[in-house]
Design a protein around this ligand. Structure first.
Ligand code: TPP
Length: 516
């Protein structure tokens, strides 16, 4: 099975093994062309595999220990599903003859896996395993409704793993994205021809790839449309020379303000914007009243082909593309706050950087960074915090030679801090900036949005993570990652530049009043 996965194109297995996976470990030992990487917590395995999926478009494997091991990885499997990342989980299990005796680690793994998997196989035998591997690979790329990439979970009894088989299976032919019907292109074209200046094109998932956004930009130039990405895209490549585009904001009232005056919304790859959370008396869908929605492509369809055909049909193929322009950004000075941190990050940003953001870290830096350096920006897609650190591990595995910058809230970072150990073990070029405000600040903000004007002592204690305050540099040292603390813009810029100039991982604790 491992050889089959390698023949299909799997390059990495991010593992946290146990006794039920020993034969898998033996197989990985025999197949070094699949790079086996140890992570100390399963949320790091799954978040790293997500990062690999986003940067390569191919699934990485995870190796997880029965139900409890997989359960530890579920928050980041949820984020990966939201990102449409392809991934193959290999989960060990007791053999059938053992399950019936209810040994301590026995649990209903299928039920757990249903939540995030689009393909599950739990009745594997030694004879079926190699073909199961080939089928799992295909399943991760299957273009079925609701997904561009998917999560396949192979639950493998130890008897399947220790049995004999005939050798690897032949990889399946890869599925292709389906093309949208001409009628979809035609109906969007007539909306834009009639009412281009009040039309917004929302580009998500496959629609947020450069080629698709390039076609959208040409149409926007000719017809005066607006164009947006969703609030938290899985990956968008940006920076000087790349297509200029804004993101929809986070809070519902800001989305309404952004879309004010939009009479037509064109969906490319995604869906109608939805409020992240529900608020009493507020609508779930965030489009102006009376706005007409027209879909060009579903998530599984070929958005690039669709946008290029649309541009052709509208006679916009030769129109100008608006790109981000390079801007010099001065290094700031003075005590750290959100603005100074953002400016320090943008002013020092290296070229071709992969950026992972999580929770309270770095979302605010997005606009300014686009006028500084080319980057691939990976967001927290599913709102389950503790994703950015693991994702940076995966991005660094997928993109050796590129610097990875992880910007993490101190709350979010505490969920999966074990990611640092794998960064140190693999000597990865990852710079982690912790936005250390000693607080679950966004929860404080959301509490206020309920109309609560006085935060009680108990409530305050549930949003305060500064007592005791966390020493991130000491923690990182414990995991084998060097670092430093910054209280001012000058210190932060110096540490960032030092990190970018030095191979290997580095952590920076940015202390300050950081608000969202
Ligand atoms: C897995 C998970 N658990 C809990 C939450 C709820 N939650 C949302 S934001 C947040 C705190 C974020 O704190 P931090 O990362 O420091 O960012 P800040 O809000 O301070 O900017 C929590 C606990 C969540 N989103 N995901």
């Amino acid at each position: 099975m491992i050889n089959t996965l390698a023949d299909c194109g799997v390059e990495f297995c991010i593992a946290n093994p146990g006794t039920s996976e020993m034969h898998l470990v033996q197989a990985l030992d025999a197949v070094p062309r699949v790079k086996s990487v140890l992570a100390l917590f399963e949320g790091v395995c799954t978040g790293a595999a997500d990062g690999i999926g986003r940067m390569t478009g191919k699934p990485a494997a995870t190796l997880l220990h029965l139900g409890p091991g997989m359960a530890n990885g579920i928050a980041n499997l949820h984020n990966a599903r939201r990102a449409n990342s392809p991934m193959i989980n290999i989960v060990g299990n007791h053999p059938n003859f053992h399950v019936g005796h209810d040994a301590p680690l026995t649990s209903d793994i299928d039920t757990l896996a249903c939540n995030f998997s689009c393909w599950i196989k739990s009745e594997c035998t030694a004879d079926s395993l190699a073909q199961d591997g080939a089928d799992a690979y295909t399943a991760t790329l299957r273009q079925s409704t609701g997904s561009t990439g998917q999560i396949a979970t192979l639950i493998m009894g130890a008897d399947a793993a220790w049995g004999e088989c005939d050798g690897p299976a032949t990889p399946n032919a890869l599925p292709q994205r389906s093309k949208v019907n001409e009628s979809a292109v035609e109906s969007v074209a007539s909306v834009i021809e009639k009412d281009g200046s009040t039309t917004a094109i929302l580009l998500e998932h496959h629609g947020s790839e450069q080629a698709s956004m390039t076609a959208a930009s040409k149409i926007a130039t000719k017809y005066g449309c607006r164009m947006y990405n969703g609030t938290f895209p899985a990956r968008v490549d940006g920076g000087p020379g790349r297509v200029k585009i804004d993101r929809l904001p986070y809070f519902p009232e800001h989305v309404f303000a952004t879309l004010d005056g939009v009479n037509n919304l064109i969906l490319v790859g995604g869906s109608i914007p939805v409020s992240f959370f529900a608020y009493k008396g507020q609508p779930a869908q965030l489009i102006p009243e009376g706005c007409k929605v027209t879909r060009l492509s579903y998530v599984e369809e070929d958005a690039i082909d669709a946008m290029e055909r649309l541009a052709d049909r509208l006679g916009a193929s030769n129109a100008a593309v608006t790109t981000f322009e390079k801007q010099e950004i001065d290094k700031p000075s003075g005590e750290l706050n959100t603005k100074i941190i953002v400016q320090s990050i943008a002013a020092t940003l290296p070229e071709d950087v992969v950026i992972c953001t999580d929770s309270g870290g770095g979302v605010a830096a997005y606009p300014l960074c686009q006028s500084r350096s080319q980057n691939s920006w990976l967001s927290l897609t599913g709102g389950a915090i503790g994703q950015g650190g693991p994702c940076s591990v995966g991005a660094a595995l997928a993109c050796p030679g590129q610097r990875v910058l992880a910007m993490l809230g101190d709350g979010g970072a505490a969920y999966t801090i074990q990611a640092l150990w794998t960064q140190a073990r693999q000597n990865q070029d990852v710079t982690t900036v912790i936005f250390a405000n000693n607080s679950y600040n966004i929860l404080d903000v959301e509490y206020g949005r309920l109309g609560v004007t006085e935060v009680g002592e108990i409530a305050a204690s549930l949003f305060d993570i500064g007592n005791p305050s966390i020493d991130w540099v000491a923690l990182a040292r414990g995991f084998g990652v060097p670092g430093g603390k910054a209280d001012t813009g000058e210190e932060l810029c110096t540490l960032l530049e030092k990190s970018y100039a030095t191979p290997g991982p580095f952590i920076i604790q940015a202390n300050g009043e950081i608000k969202r």
